[in-house]
Design a protein around this ligand. Structure first.
Ligand code: G1P
Length: 193
């Protein structure tokens, strides 16, 4: 501040908007996405909550989570962001089948293409009700020996409406080097310098 670097100071202070606090929890062992979410149960409490997987970057004027919240406000049930994926890639995603109202009727983690119920893959944005925690707490390890969020959602959809939502925006798969590089370039090109 004394050196007059006010623009830089602004950038830092605006990282955390007013009224927002950040808490961290560590997952003690790499036991899967479901286990990681369960680690945050005491922070979430009895509220609906969003899960954002950082390796899926979504560029959109309306944030993807805001789009999911809109659906939640209509359905009062959990909402998953989905996107059509190439058939040969079904084994990288949770794959859903839907009824005519886009309610999820089944979900399976990383099926081989010949076993996949569709080519609609779950992208790393979820709006979940706290009911999911009881199902997560009761799970045995699933695909890859991990506690899978997908397996808990498969149980959740028997007791509440789970909706699959398409979303506006471009997704970058930053879990792959090519996707990460593409995201880096596209975001860089948005900057005048
Ligand atoms: C996780 C989920 C999977 C989902 C994917 C989205 O898999 O287990 O259901 O489709 O994120 O990116 P991961 O990419 O962590 O292997």
């Amino acid at each position: 501040k004394q050196r007059g670097k006010l623009r830089q100071l602004d950038m830092i202070t605006q990282l955390v908007p007013e009224g927002v606090s950040i808490s961290y929890v560590r997952q003690a062992a790499p036991k899967g996405l479901g286990d990681a979410i369960l680690c945050a149960r005491h922070l979430v409490g009895e509220e609906p909550f969003a899960v954002l997987l950082a390796d899926d970057v979504i560029r959109s004027t309306r944030p993807c989570v805001a789009q999911l919240i809109e659906v939640y406000q209509r359905t009062s049930g959990s909402v998953l962001a989905v996107e059509a994926v190439p058939v040969e890639k079904t084994s990288s995603y949770g794959i859903v089948s839907l009824d005519s109202q886009r309610r999820v009727s089944s979900i399976v983690e990383k099926p081989a293409p010949q076993l996949a119920p569709s080519n609609l893959g779950v992208i790393g944005r979820y709006l979940l009700t706290p009911r999911i925690f009881d199902f997560l707490a009761g799970l045995q390890p699933g695909a890859g020996g991990e506690i899978q969020l997908t397996d808990a959602i498969a149980e959740l959809l028997l007791v509440e409406t789970v909706t699959a939502s398409a979303f506006e925006g471009q997704r970058y798969d930053c879990g792959s080097q090519a996707g990460w590089l593409q995201a880096t370039l596209d975001y860089a090109l948005l900057r005048p310098e």
